[in-house]
Design a protein around this ligand. Structure first.
Ligand code: TAP
Length: 461
């Protein structure tokens, strides 16, 4: 394939990546966005493989089969609820690949490295190495093979930043004089160590935000690799990845009430250290038949899905509940909190899977003013995202986090298995609110029972 054709293919791939990001930002076009991204990568990979600089395909094929042997089972077997740690592993692999390419380039080309190339290799290896160990640590914390609690000590930020500064200073020395090859392994070791130290003080609760940030680092490492080996599509894809990962981290930290400065310095995550203080008050429980009676009389019902809906795989039942209510003339809306579940867009993905109409899904800012008008808010396996402590209890670990105002509805039905806390590990005063009825049980079973009650009464009419 001529070099010109390769560059045109890269341009097409770059446009597809931009379109993919554009389309992924809205549920109705998200599937198209995934397809555009996949086609973009296929075009980029095929064009690269057909480039004249490929000497032999032997190792490429071995890599292709080894990668597929790991990637396909990961994609098929890992449940949606474990997606954050799976994504962290993908970042670890991607960042390791970038770091290894940088290391190979250094030893192949030194000492004939220009200052620009050495800078690019330095950035690539530092970011690649720290993202590799950082992502492995993040995956380990989320999978709970490592302790979730933040581990902190005095002077931690100073030590961590000194290690990073030392790695960058050594890169600076190498840019001035690439023949100092003995310094390069030190850069690698310092960067690997920084990745571990960066994650140690961060609690499991904040890990998905950090993973998004590591995604950004992996992208920037890839972009630097593009400069190092003069590959334009790597620069484009890496820059898009770097920028979108950074934006997503900012959006997530805002939604979880973390300042982004804290994210960058890894100084947050002490949330779990402040344990729940307990809430006083009587808990009112209800059975699905009582709840169904109330639902039949409602005009507006707002359903709030959360992590428990994902665990129970209750989204199909929830869709049936929405349909059954719709048939009774009840208006049904879904309230989507930006960090409900365990990954960005978690609820949107599940509800789309169950074919809930996009016009029924409302973001927090859109739906919050509607709660006072709602006859019933049904909370399906959500907890932290509806916890009024975020508004009313200064000192609560989630104080300041924007939440869904379900307590403003006339009646609140909470479906969960017990009084156990959610991700932030704190109790929820909503459960003892006189307006609230707790319907204990697995989300799928309870919502199924509600559907049965609603449709049975329809059949008997
Ligand atoms: P959580 O606060 O984690 O609460 C989920 C609730 O679901 C639990 O209290 C649990 O109570 C219930 N549950 C679990 N399995 C269930 C089942 N089979 N049936 C019924 N209920 C079940 O969830 P949320 O309200 O969605 O909030 C998300 C939390 O994750 C927030 O703290 C957020 O900051 C954090 N987080 C989110 C993200 C993203 S990007 N989404 C990233 C990082 C962190 P029982 O055990 O009593 O059933």
């Amino acid at each position: 394939m001529s070099e010109q054709a390769v560059q045109i293919a890269y341009l097409v791939a770059g446009v597809l990546f931009v379109l993919a990001l554009r389309w992924l930002s809205s549920p109705p076009t998200a599937r198209r966005g995934v397809a555009a991204g996949e086609i973009g990568f296929l075009v980029a990979v095929v064009a690269t493989l057909l480039r004249s600089e490929v000497v032999t395909y032997e190792w490429i094929l071995i890599g292709l089969f080894a990668g597929s042997a790991i990637g396909v089972p990961l994609g098929l077997l890992v449940p949606m609820t474990a997606m954050p740690q799976r994504i962290a592993l993908s970042h670890a692999f991607g960042a390791l690949a970038a770091a290894l390419v940088g290391i190979a380039e250094f030893y192949l080309r030194t000492p004939h490295l220009s200052k620009v190339t050495m800078t690019a290799i330095g950035v690539e290896v530092v970011l690649g190495a720290l993202t590799f160990t950082g992502s492995l640590m993040a995956a380990g914390k989320l999978q709970e093979v490592l302790p979730q609690r933040p581990i902190t000590w005095r002077g931690q930020n100073f030590v961590n930043l000194s290690i990073l500064a030392a790695a960058l200073a050594l890169v600076g020395v190498l840019v001035a004089d690439p023949s100092q090859t003995a310094l390069f392994p030190v850069v690698i070791v310092l960067s690997l160590a920084f990745g571990v130290l960066l994650i140690i003080p961060i609690g499991g609760a904040d890990m998905p935000t950090v993973i998004s940030l590591l995604n950004s680092y992996a992208g920037l490492s890839g972009a630097a690799m593009g400069f190092a080996i003069d590959n334009k599509i790597l620069i484009v894809a890496g820059a898009l990845d770097g920028a979108s990962g950074l934006l997503l981290s900012i959006i997530m930290s805002r939604a979880m009430n973390r300042s982004f400065r804290n994210v960058l310095f890894g100084a947050f995550g002490k949330v779990q250290a402040q344990a729940a203080e307990g809430v006083d008050g009587a808990v009112q429980t209800a059975e699905p038949d009582e709840a169904a009676e109330l639902l039949k009389m409602a005009r507006l019902v707002i359903i709030v899905p959360g992590y428990g809906m994902a665990v129970a795989q209750a989204q199909y039942m929830v869709r049936q509940l929405s349909d059954a209510l719709g048939e009774k003339g009840v208006e049904v809306k879904f309230a989507i909190h930006p960090v409900a579940g365990r990954m960005p867009g978690h609820m949107n993905v599940l509800l789309a899977e169950a074919n809930v109409g996009y016009d029924q899904l409302f973001d927090m800012d859109q739906i919050n003013p509607e709660f006072p008008r709602a006859d019933v808010a049904i909370v399906v396996g959500a907890n932290d995202v509806v916890n009024p402590a975020a508004k009313n209890t200064p000192g609560s670990p989630i104080y300041g986090m924007p939440v869904l105002n379900v307590d403003q509805a006339q009646t609140v039905m909470v479906i969960k298995r017990s009084m156990a806390p959610g991700f932030a590990g704190i109790d929820n005063e909503l459960f003892v609110n006189p307006k609230t009825m707790m319907i204990f049980g697995d989300a799928k079973a309870v919502v199924g029972a509600l559907v049965e009650e609603l449709t049975r009464s329809r059949a008997s009419l």
